[in-house]
Design a protein around this ligand. Structure first.
Ligand code: F6P
Length: 323
């Protein structure tokens, strides 16, 4: 393999830059040319592609966001879009790809591989930590630290005013961010898509806390919870217990920004090298993961179709620690 392309796609995640840097420098060290593809699959279709040098990735290991930009591409979901993308790659002699992103990115890469056979290795770049085949995704560690910093601040004001706060964190289909923030932030309750907490459960937990002399409470809500978003849940609780002084904070995209933590920089750097080495060693259509501190490759189909269940110990821990 003489030439590869690298791109970031889907929601950005802190540490994507560290991963791009590692891919570029690992490839160059093996004498392989690297092309940066901008704006994910959109840039692939439009030919927004440039040759990267070692200096192209200088001074980015510590930066949030992605120098390659990112997008969620509608056009790549069409056969015409994918054909155009393939033509752009062939024109430049790009023989392999490193795709950095979440499940949408891997789904696209899988279809593309099946249609055109370009070997692709994925690096899990998403704050959601919801990909099967890796213990941690790039960006998750930074995101929970960012969220915790905000939750700690909210706790101060919740405490001063004897209030109940519903704090919404990201995670459309997964409660990884919520459950970890709940434990780290000392929340009274965590609501995640994987479990079905009822409004009665919420009220009961808050009441139990009050009975134990708690004057303020924090409920962490994953945005994909079955009861709705934090505002909706807070509204339902307020209707039934109007005497509670309730406030709602949605942390939103603040969780996706910021400089990557040490953990994410190192994880991303390891995964970038593993992606390039994987391609050289004939891996195709696989996700790079690190499981029990060892590099592992998981077929895209498996990585996409299998869900990574929440550790039940974590769910249990929230209940035990909130007494
Ligand atoms: O990156 C994944 C994710 O953060 C989800 O948790 C969230 O639902 C989504 O992205 C938001 O995406 P967008 O930036 O497109 O609104």
């Amino acid at each position: 393999m003489k030439s590869i392309g690298v791109f970031t796609s889907g929601g950005d995640a802190p540490g994507m830059n560290a991963c791009v840097r590692s891919v570029v420098r690992s490839a160059l060290s093996l004498g392989i040319d690297v092309y940066g593809i901008k704006y994910g699959y959109n840039g692939m279709i439009e030919g927004d592609i440039y040759k990267m040098k070692s200096y192209s990735v200088s001074n980015i290991v510590q930066r949030g966001g992605t120098i390659l930009k990112s997008a969620r591409s509608k056009e790549f979901t069409t056969p015409e879009g994918r054909k155009r993308a393939y033509e752009q790659l062939s024109k430049r002699g790009i023989e392999g790809l490193v795709a950095i992103g979440g499940d949408g990115t891997l789904t696209g890469a899988n279809i593309f591989y099946e249609e055109f056979g370009i070997p692709t290795v994925g690096c899990p770049g998403t704050i959601d930590n919801d990909l099967f085949g890796t213990d941690y995704t790039i960006g998750f560690n930074t995101a929970i630290n960012t969220a915790l910093d905000a939750i700690d601040k909210i706790r101060d004001t919740a405490n001063s005013h004897d209030r109940v706060f519903f704090i919404e964190v990201m995670g459309r289909h997964s409660g990884y961010i919520a459950i970890n923030c709940g434990i780290g932030g000392g929340a009274e309750l965590v609501m995640v898509p994987e479990t079905s907490t009822t409004i009665e459960d919420v009220i009961q937990t808050l009441q139990t806390g009050r009975d134990r002399q708690k004057t303020s409470s924090i409920v962490i809500v994953a945005e994909g919870d079955v009861q709705g978003n934090a505002h909706e849940i807070a509204g339902k609780v307020s209707k039934q217990v109007p005497e509670l002084d309730i406030r709602v904070t949605t942390l939103g995209h603040i969780q996706r920004g910021g400089d990557p933590s040490a953990f994410d920089r190192i994880l991303a750097s390891r995964m970038g090298l593993a992606a390039v080495e994987g391609l050289i060693n004939g891996e195709k259509n696989v996700l790079v993961g690190i499981v029990n501190d060892r590099v592992q490759y998981t077929n895209f189909k498996l990585a996409i179709s299998k869900s990574k269940p929440l550790n039940p110990d974590l769910l249990r821990l929230v209940d035990i620690l909130n007494i």
